[in-house]
Design a protein around this ligand. Sequence first.
Ligand code: KG4
Ligand code: ZN
Length: 388
Amino acid sequence: MILLSIETSCDETAISILEITGDFPKATYTILGNSLFSQVDIHRDYGGVFPALAKREHIATILPMLERALGESGLKNLPTNPLTAKEKNQIYELLKREGQLAEQLIKFYETNGRQPINVIAVTSGPGLEPALWVGVNFAQALGVLWQTPIIPVDHMEGHILSSIFDGEKLADLAFPAVALLVSGGHTELILMRDWKQYEKIGKTRDDAVGEAFDKVARLLGLPYPGGPQISQLAEGARDANLPPYTDLPTPMLRSPDFDFSFSGLKTAVRYAVAGKNLTDKEKQALARDFEDATITVLTHKLKKAVEEFNVQSVIVGGGVSANSSLRQAVNSLTLPTLYPDLKVYLPDIKLSTDNSIMIALAGHANLDDSLLTTATHKKIVADGNRSL
Ligand code: KG4
Ligand code: ZN
């Protein structure tokens, strides 16, 4: 089967086309087409993602992304009937808040014809609502054009599955597994006793880790998104073996639960820089101190979960899983002195931040249960805008 997936939950507009043989979780996935446009350059001036602007950019780039993914895929058109007046009206109705998109999409259909897509998966949440709606409405419009069912996808499930994806297959996961999800909007520990069973055992009580990276970067005068910038500075401090700049807290390290808190850490950084003009070396040291404090808490709670639930596999996903020190820290859980039998899964760097391959995987995982009729599509975002 051919599955097309759409991701627009934040500031990436992404569309992929995958050929899938076999059933989840043993299927083989072939990526036929994969397009992604990142809006980071546009949001940088605002110091973060600006929802109305994100929506505008998704509207402007979603059709070019579809064209690119379809072009890469080399799929051949199906016999195409002209659109009926009713279908055209449906498209206009579905995309009435998306400016010229309805008209452009109809023209695209009339030029390119029906595409041999069997099912469309689209991120329905969590994310920025104006941004999510563009993807969901666009998916529904495509569903009308191609007479294709739609699967709403939880973005976080996508992050989990992309972390165990080797480019072709999902890992043969040993359970119980625990997933640490660290992104710009989420910090969660999810216990999986089996495929598709997600039990949230811990979460941040305030800021997400990625958000803390971004805010600390801002305090150091670095542009959005701050995670990679902080990471680079911290590497510099480690290479030069710089002494600590300050003593930062490790919030909730000893709390008896699996929750996190990062806003106090960010505030401690704010106090550490207030009224000072840091040298480059001091910035590097502080970035390293912040990264170390964050990773200490994350790995401590991971270890606690591994022990408490006799965890066999650890999965780390979300944008912050691109961080090299975090990757190293998580990988070292398998040291002989710790848990040598534990399996650790980290996403390919390209799949750690938002993309549509992850949405295709989660769409396929939910193929049986959630094929929707157009009538229920309206509710997708309202129901789907939840976290795992
Ligand atoms: O998963 P993601 O792409 O989007 C959300 O769903 O939020 O995560 C984006 C977050 C941003 O906060 C960004 O600063 C952070 O991931 N990030 C990193 C790194 N690369 C991206 N944080 C730390 N180190 C990195 N190398
Ligand atoms: Zn994400």
